[in-house]
Design a protein around this ligand. Sequence first.
Ligand SMILES: NC(=O)c1ccc[n+]([C@@H]2O[C@H](COP(=O)([O-])OP(=O)(O)OC[C@H]3O[C@@H](n4cnc5c(N)ncnc54)[C@H](OP(=O)(O)O)[C@@H]3O)[C@@H](O)[C@H]2O)c1
Length: 328
Amino acid sequence: MNNSSVADICKEEGLFCSDLPSKPLPHVGTILVTGASGHVGGRLVPELLARGYKVRVMLRGTNSAYKSRWAGAEIVVADALNEKHLNTALDGIDTAYYLIHSMRLGSKSFEAADIRASVNFRKVAGEKHVKRLIYLGGLGDTRSSLSSHLCNRMEVARELRKGKTPVTVLRAAIIVGKGSASYEIMRYLVKRLPVIPFPLQARNKCQPVAIGDVIKYLVGVLEVPETVGKDFDIGGRDVLTYKELLKVLAKLLDKRTIFIPFPFLNIGLYTYLASLLTPIPNSITRCLVEGLKSEAICHDESIKEYFPFETMSFKEAVLRTMPPEKKV
Ligand SMILES: NC(=O)c1ccc[n+]([C@@H]2O[C@H](COP(=O)([O-])OP(=O)(O)OC[C@H]3O[C@@H](n4cnc5c(N)ncnc54)[C@H](OP(=O)(O)O)[C@@H]3O)[C@@H](O)[C@H]2O)c1
């Protein structure tokens, strides 16, 4: 997603946290949002600003569009692979959101880069006496064989935890929102393929979550001190198989997609098909298709003790991504 399209989407969607049960905490100092040019971080920044927090946004490159998009936020240019940059970015920070992910580098390079970034971040956060870290990672069944992408998301959590700053970890499966890579791949496939071959693994279950609910949880944990240092699974209202997700999506997009069973998960074939049909880079598609191998559902519901709001169904979440005339 480019910079202006993220800004347009945020304007269109508005804010998500107006009905969040928690209240802004006046004693929280400056909050750092990393990954702010991304799908999740880009939506978190306006939400924190609207709740009166002092926000520093960390980007790898900047331009004037960011300044007008986040009026009131401080912008720092920093690469998490560079410790010196992090020294500046984390100076005087109270709480930092860790939303960094290098999937665009491709499956061979992203793992090492993501681990290095998390090691640097944890080290500098400790030296700078940051009070807390909040990380959004991936959800997967640790009893099954996980994709390298999901293993990496868990490894990043472990690395962040090795430091002295307490880390709150939220784990999510597919995030449904405009611009979310996993959701966009599904949407393009359904929009452009009249026949979709589905492997046995498409019977695995998944619990997608709307971007609006993810933002509520990210802001919510900041405002409830009892969540410091804890792990939570977060998910939407529905648990569906990957095939059911595609069927619901096809219906909402008015597509008469035919699903035909396919005996095995040929990751190369799916990646190739997606590369023909979607603008998502192959490197990202490959990582995400591999994720079909395992179930991605919430086993721990403890987040609901703190935030008892009802999360969106998959259908509602998809409808939120559509223009108003389609929502009837
Ligand atoms: N989207 C989903 O469906 C989904 C589902 C479950 C969990 N999550 C988790 O949510 C988190 C955020 O995901 P997202 O969807 O927002 O990802 P995204 O859109 O790909 O954004 C990733 C962000 O990381 C930044 N980044 C990458 N390498 C960096 C580095 N070395 N230094 C500083 N910044 C760097 C990118 O900056 P540049 O713009 O400079 O590249 C970008 O802002 C990730 O931990 C992901 O695992 C996402």
